[in-house]
Design a protein around this ligand. Structure first.
Ligand code: IPE
Ligand code: IPE
Ligand code: MG
Length: 230
């Protein structure tokens, strides 16, 4: 049976959920954050070592300022409110993405939470912030050029934000949408992909557990043949 080390999630559907509840898109984001906490707990219980969450994409800047600012506000709030809990629970927070365009205060809080949790070992939560796979690959190639290294798979891998993190065995996307949206295109070549109809605020621990147990039964052959096949 396969045990996943790394699960990646495209947490989609917050906005539609909020509007369906006759509230706002931002209301959906607020609810979505509560789900994040529950899924982190469940991932810990299932001994998953890496959980990568798509929080804000390089394309999400196209959204209205009101929504972008609210997402930043939520992130600020989350760090302030939960930093002690993350430390106590031995959770490591790590960021993938380009933090440069973020507001100064938020950036310093993000750096602080990364620093204060960097030796934690129960689980590593990779928050994808201003993350885009193409941008990640381009910056990796630039680094390789600067270091005068040759273009090899290993050198590319080692210059991605996800260096030192195994490829995700499982990719989940909620929100009834079947696309990758510029998320981990290098890392997910052999991930088992689960598209979930539910919007992210409705996703729960049970849904998560079910996916993990479905995954455990999958035969993964990575281009080879199943064990026992002649
Ligand atoms: C995903 O939910 C969260 C972010 C992109 C920040 P959406 O905000 O994309 O929600 P929908 O897909 O519009 O419903
Ligand atoms: C992907 O969702 C990004 C995040 C979940 C942060 P989007 O809602 O931005 O993706 P598209 O635009 O529907 O492809
Ligand atoms: Mg969406």
């Amino acid at each position: 049976m396969n045990l996943p080390k790394h699960v990646a999630i495209i947490m989609d559907g917050n906005g539609r959920w909020g509007l369906k509840k006759k509230k706002s898109r931002n209301f959906g984001h607020k609810k979505g954050l509560e789900v994040v906490e529950k899924i982190i707990e469940s991932a810990i219980n299932q001994k998953i070592k890496f959980l990568t969450l798509f929080v804000f994409s390089t394309e999400n800047w196209k959204r209205p300022n009101k929504e972008i600012n609210y997402l930043f506000k939520l992130l600020n709030y989350y760090i302030d409110k939960k930093i002690q809990k993350l430390i106590n629970k031995n959770i490591k927070i790590s960021i993938i993405g380009n933090l440069r365009p973020f507001p100064k205060l938020l950036k310093s809080k993000i750096k602080k939470v990364q620093n204060l949790t960097k030796y934690n070992s129960k689980i590593q939560i990779n928050m994808a912030l201003n993350y885009g796979s193409r941008q990640e690959i381009v910056q990796a190639l630039k680094k390789i050029k600067k270091k005068n290294l040759s273009i090899t798979e290993n050198n590319i891998k080692n210059n991605l934000y996800t260096k030192n993190i195994p490829d995700p065995e499982i990719l989940i996307r909620t929100g009834d949408t079947k696309r990758i949206s510029n998320f981990l295109i290098w890392q997910c070549i052999y991930s088992e992909i689960f598209f979930v109809k539910k919007m992210w605020p409705d996703f729960n621990k049970n849904d998560f557990i079910k996916i993990i147990s479905m995954y455990k039964k999958i035969n993964r052959n990575f281009g080879g043949l199943d064990v026992g096949t002649k």
